[in-house]
Design a protein around this ligand. Structure first.
Ligand code: NDP
Length: 321
């Protein structure tokens, strides 16, 4: 495994990491989660991503129980969580980053995870109704209290991240260290264009999500929707009903011969393509079983093979007509 600094932070994250969205609570129980976590950790993965909203808190509870079972040294791994959508109805508890919600939210997450602190804490989305100043104070207070090591954002704009960083700089508060954006062959601009000024400008690190575009780039949907796959699950009709899905599936099919020529699978090629960007600190992968973890982690071996010719072929395969 290779480890990269989280932007300008001293902490290092494995270039490939593992997240729990959709799978924990919906597809896997504690034992199955522990099996995937163990497969990843055994291969050198040191970062595991979560959020309070995943399966309404159950994802954190499952990861917490799996970590208790695995009994790893706390210093040897990093765990994240994210707050925004909330777990209850009400004006102060849903879709908000107000101070009360953030401070209560982190306590709930730590209880479900059975941890004393998370390593990375994200504002899961921007909140147009809470000032960035209030959010920065609350996140900075959480870090100062020791309940999170670093804080950052997810799917914020470059301007919003810069505003938060400037406020923290002016007021001598803890600065946002990382952003969690979607990044894959079919979704590139935010990471490659919009955020370009932030990498050297404020030392922003990236923990990117959905390298397979929810599994589509593995090519598994070429002949329909396999039973038990993410697109077959109830609650995820929005993925299945995506009007762009047929074009995404066709693009994945065009990746197959390129991957085959490199002795790889399309999933490995898609993940390697994300990891080849040095601005990406860690590519958060997802897996519903340990075999996928093992297949996906081999993607790192492919990165040196992505020369100009291969990258051109990938671009042609994934640009929509
Ligand atoms: P991917 O796009 O890589 O999709 C992962 C899913 O694809 C797996 O659960 C599995 O689903 C399928 N899959 C994985 N590997 C293979 C393979 N080798 N062959 C065939 N199918 C495969 O990642 P995710 O969308 O899961 O995102 C990764 C993580 O990023 C999440 O767990 C979460 O932690 C984070 N995230 C953050 C978001 C944010 O807003 N900050 C939003 C979304 C994700 P199945 O077997 O069920 O078909």
């Amino acid at each position: 495994m290779e480890y990269r600094r989280l932007g300008s932070a001293g902490i290092k994250v494995s270039t490939l990491s593992l997240g729990s969205w959709v799978t924990y609570g919906k597809q896997v129980d504690v034992d199955a989660a522990a099996a995937s976590l163990a497969a990843a950790y055994g291969a050198g993965v040191n970062f595991f991503d979560n959020a309070e909203s995943y399966a309404q808190g159950a994802s954190e509870s499952i990861m917490g129980a799996a970590l208790r079972k695995l009994r790893w040294r706390r210093g040897s791994y990093l765990v994240s969580t994210k707050i925004y959508w909330g777990l209850a109805e009400g004006p102060n508890e849903k879709n908000t980053l107000n101070r009360k919600r953030l401070l209560e939210g982190i306590d709930g997450s730590l209880e479900r995870l059975s941890l004393d602190y998370v390593d990375l804490l994200f504002c899961h989305r921007p909140d147009p109704e809470t000032t960035v100043e209030e959010v920065v104070w609350a996140m900075s207070d959480i870090v100062a209290s020791g309940r999170a090591m670093y804080w950052g954002t997810s799917e914020w704009s470059a301007d919003q991240i810069r505003e938060a960083w400037d406020i923290a700089d002016r007021r001598n508060l803890r600065k946002p260290q990382m952003e969690q954006p979607q990044y894959n062959l079919l979704h590139r601009d935010k990471v490659e264009v919009e955020f370009a000024r932030l990498y050297d400008g404020i030392g922003l690190g990236l923990t990117t999500w959905s390298p397979l575009a929810s599994g589509v780039l593995s090519g598994k949907y070429a002949a329909g929707i396999p039973e038990g796959s993410r697109l077959s699950l109830s609650g995820y009709e929005w993925l299945r009903d995506d009007p762009e899905l047929p074009r995404k599936v066709a693009a994945a099919k065009r990746l197959e011969p390129i991957a085959r020529d490199l002795g790889a699978t399309p999933a490995q090629l898609a993940i390697a393509w994300c990891a080849r960007n040095p601005r990406v600190s860690t590519v958060i992968t997802g897996a519903s079983r340990p075999e996928q973890v093992t297949e996906n982690l081999k993607a790192l071996d492919l990165v040196p093979m992505l020369d100009a010719g291969v990258l051109k072929a990938i671009d042609e395969a994934t640009s929509f007509p």
